[in-house]
Design a protein around this ligand. Structure first.
Ligand code: SF4
Length: 115
């Protein structure tokens, strides 16, 4: 049995998940269906949206994130790609900097450039 703290809303339910052969067979403690789906994903294939910043060629910092959650096991490789990304200004919120940075998730701009 594994315990998972749900991060889908501020309630932070503690959810107990039993697995067999890598498959969730029992989920208890979730306050709603979103928590069940989150806990099942967390024990079988955990995913996260990655947020970070990139340095532009002009030396400004621009906030970015992945357009979808990516597998936790790929976060290190994605961070290396983010750190190697140095776009040119001007940039707009929603611009795609790296298409398919992991699977079908893109790296997109989420804010304005800062010094
Ligand atoms: S299980 Fe539902 S109610 Fe509980 S923290 Fe997750 S989203 Fe919120």
């Amino acid at each position: 049995m594994q315990q998972v703290t749900c991060i889908e809303c501020p309630m932070g339910c503690t959810i107990e998940v039993e697995t067999e052969n890598g498959v969730a067979v029992s989920v208890k403690g979730n306050g709603c269906p979103r928590g069940k789906a989150y806990a099942e994903s967390e024990v079988t294939c955990p995913v996260r949206v990655v947020t970070s910043v990139v340095r532009t060629q002009e030396g400004r910092m621009v906030p970015v994130k992945t357009s979808k959650p990516i597998r936790k096991s790929e976060i290190f490789a994605v961070m290396e790609k983010i750190n190697a990304t140095h776009p040119r200004l001007p940039l707009s919120i929603g611009d795609v900097l790296v298409r398919g940075i992991e699977g079908d998730a893109d790296l997109i701009v989420t804010g304005h450039a800062k010094a």
